[in-house]
Design a protein around this ligand. Structure first.
Ligand SMILES: [Mg+2]
Length: 313
């Protein structure tokens, strides 16, 4: 019933002091595409919510120590758990309780004993909403003009990729790219044309390997994270992009050649401490070296010079 891959099933957490309810849920949901976790106390429930980050919590209203209202208040106060969809479960059908639960941020209310068809339908509905919320959160990290990831995402992702590469001793490269003389292109041909150039270049860079993370870092500056990739391999990728851009023909501007300068660094070339900031700074330095050397070229940090290929005009 749930649309997810086997390894990435939605997580459902049931917080209920009744072991019978947990057994019932396990029996009725065991064929469903969902990972079920259970907590029998409010304390355990709050801990699991923070640790598992479930998509949906089934929360018993009537619990000893801390009732469901108190638990949902804590969930909504904590940034780590505030976006989890909470469905209240209660034996009481009291309207005042339902209203209070919804006002505290619950998305739904289910009466005990469960009607299994209704339970599944309400779960599906909650998961659909959670899915949309995730998409919206992702969209906020996408640059509107190019469709690439934005700088916020780049910084976050780079940090994660650097720590993973260090932990598992895997190669990692980044490319910093700057379009050559972009300001004068904008001045000469207008901003609409400038936007078209950004879009076209974004398409060139996105056409490659799906594991590469392509971001628009600033106006005409881009950052690309290449997991499991050495500097030499990254240089080949950059060389392909450089070549493609330089060979692009522009409608209404025949003969116009637009180019970009590329700087590359991989984690292995860095001295300790190998930080995301140091990695970016080194690739940025290489990019400036490429500019200094005449633009439209790929430079690898620290000093290895790459031959410039002749563009197939
Ligand atoms: Mg109870």
């Amino acid at each position: 019933m749930f649309d997810a891959t086997e390894t990435n099933l939605p997580i459902l957490l049931s917080i209920d002091d009744s072991e019978l309810i947990h057994r019932l849920l396990r029996a009725r949901l065991h064929n469903e595409r969902v990972q079920l976790h259970t907590a029998s106390s409010s304390k355990e429930g709050l801990e699991l919510a923070r640790r598992l980050k479930p998509d949906v919590i089934l929360l018993d209203l009537d619990m000893p120590e801390m009732d469901g209202f108190e638990i949902i208040t804590r969930l909504k106060d904590d940034p780590a758990t505030q976006n989890i969809a909470v469905i209240f479960v209660s034996a009481s059908n009291d309207t005042a309780n339902r209203v209070r639960g919804l006002d505290l941020g619950a998305v739904d209310f289910i009466a005990k004993p469960f009607d299994v068809v209704e339970l599944k339908a309400r779960l599906r509905s909650a998961l659909r909403v959670q899915h949309l919320i995730k998409i919206l959160a992702q969209k906020a990290q996408i640059d509107g003009a190019s469709g690439l990831w934005n700088r916020t995402y780049f910084d976050k992702r780079l940090e994660a990729e650097v720590s993973e590469a260090l932990r598992y001793n895997k190669p990692l490269s980044i490319i910093v790219v700057d379009l050559d003389r972009f300001k004068s292109t904008n001045d000469q041909f207008g901003h609409l044309f400038g936007d078209l150039v950004i879009e076209r270049f974004a398409t060139i860079m996105s056409g490659g390997r799906t594991s590469d993370v392509v971001c628009r870092y600033g106006g005409e500056e881009f950052g690309i994270i290449l997991p499991q990739t050495t500097a030499a391999e990254a240089a080949e990728v950059a060389e392909r992009w450089r070549n493609k851009l330089a060979g692009t023909t522009w409608q209404d501007h025949s003969g116009l050649v637009l180019t970009a300068s590329f700087g590359i660094c991989d984690l292995a070339s860095l001295e300790a401490p190998k930080t995301p900031t140091a990695l970016f700074a080194a690739a940025d330095k290489a990019m400036y070296q490429a500019k200094k050397d005449g633009r439209n070229r790929v430079e690898v940090w620290p000093s290895k010079r790459l031959p410039i290929l002749v563009t197939g005009s």
